[in-house]
Design a protein around this ligand. Structure first.
Ligand SMILES: [Zn+2]
Length: 383
């Protein structure tokens, strides 16, 4: 465990101690945690089957106050287009999505600095994750969601006892409702708070350890705001600084072409927001019109020598089916990574002899009704 961690503001350069309730800088910019001490192999708590096996590398003052057993998810080898590929089953987190990594570490940080009631906005999975961990920690919680979010996600949030506010209109309207409430309770935003990325960095540690302390060549991640991309970069940075790795994986940020902020900037050669036309997508979890850390995410992808891949709706459904046939039941958002893998293997961006990991970010149980409609599965039929 470390001494007091610090935030650095990429907007004005100000340094803040991370010993207080803060979700952004006084100048309005988001904040980033400064580099941590990193992780050495010998610091892993090998008999802890959760992300807390890496507690030594987390910027917290002490052991966690609350855990639901998050992390240490399976990494399974399956065949895709005739090639062996590793799938990281973040679907098997306590609330069924990768968000629990970020949430668990963020909520424990908030408990350390003395948080009261919180609120958050989410298309569903982060809301379910934060509502669940808030109730487990005894923190009152209000979640703003799009009125159009899949019912399963809304039910999951409501079951925690959180106050659910359904907002009609765009995803951005939901964010604005949450921003407007930031005087009433603490805005525990997974998209803004730096500790969320402190949690997602454990994905890098797990992949490295599960592959026998080696880095893969490629990692494909469905990307809306980019917290997994930033977590992976942070985690691999720390391992490299500690001399545990020498090679770095290429990071591929996968988007739905119908709402692809990163792809628009990537194709324009920019590292800032570029206006683009958005329409609806079955990949509701990554339909992000305006990512908070756009420059950092694009920079991480560039430094890794990876890329941004935008897949069409017509590619997502076949990938969802193909994953299902491998025994991997995922929500449409997660299936985008399978669609991107098909593309990158097809054009030889990814070689047949390379080690590739596809991060399956959310369970199909989250969106069973929607998956049924997409795949034309009629209820109640037999034979
Ligand atoms: Zn600032």
């Amino acid at each position: 465990m470390t001494a007091i961690a610090t935030y650095r503001c990429p907007g004005c350069g100000r340094i803040w101690n991370a010993d207080r309730l803060l979700w952004r800088c006084a100048c309005g910019s988001h904040l980033n945690l400064t580099a941590g001490p990193g992780l050495e192999r010998g610091e892993i708590v090998a008999d802890d089957a959760s992300l807390w096996r890496y507690a030594a590398a987390l910027a917290l003052r002490g052991p966690p106050h609350i855990s639901l057993g998050e992390g240490w998810t399976p990494l399974v080898l399956r065949e895709w287009c005739g090639v062996g590929v590793f799938f990281k089953l973040e679907t098997q987190m306590p609330t069924g999505s990768f968000k629990d990594r970020g949430t668990a570490v963020m909520i424990n940080h908030l408990l350390e600095v003395g948080v009261g009631p919180i609120h958050e906005d989410s298309s569903g999975n982060a809301g379910a994750s934060i509502a669940t961990y808030a109730t487990a920690a005894g923190i009152p919680c209000r979640i703003y969601v799009p009125a159009s979010a899949p019912r399963g996600k809304l039910v999951q949030i409501a079951v925690s006892g959180a106050d659910v506010r359904a907002i009609p209109g765009s995803r951005q309207a939901v964010t604005e409702a949450a921003l407007g409430a930031s005087g009433e309770s603490f805005y525990a935003s997974h998209n803004w708070h730096p500790y969320f990325i402190e949690g997602t960095k454990t994905l890098a540690f797990e992949l490295w350890e599960q592959l026998g302390f080696r880095t893969p060549d490629n990692i494909l991640v469905p990307t809306g705001y980019g917290s997994n991309i930033l977590g992976l970069e942070r985690g691999f940075d720390e391992l490299e600084r500690c001399g545990e790795i020498t090679a770095r994986p290429r990071l591929f940020a996968v988007q739905a072409a119908n709402c692809a902020a990163f792809a628009a900037a990537w194709e324009a050669g920019e590292d800032r927001f570029v206006p683009f036309a958005a329409s609806s997508t079955v990949a509701d979890g990554i339909a992000t019109p305006k990512p908070v850390r756009i420059a950092e995410v694009l920079g991480a992808v560039r430094r890794s020598k990876g890329g941004v891949v935008a897949v069409g709706e017509e590619e997502i459904v076949p990938a969802l089916t193909a994953l299902g046939r491998l025994g991997l039941f995922v929500e449409p958002t997660a299936a985008t990574a399978g669609a991107a893998l098909t593309r990158l293997l097809g054009d030889a961006t990814i070689g047949l002899d390379q080690t590739t990991v596809v991060v399956l970010t959310g369970s199909g149980l989250k969106a069973a009704e929607q998956v049924g409609e997409l795949l034309g599965i009629a209820p109640g039929r037999s034979g």
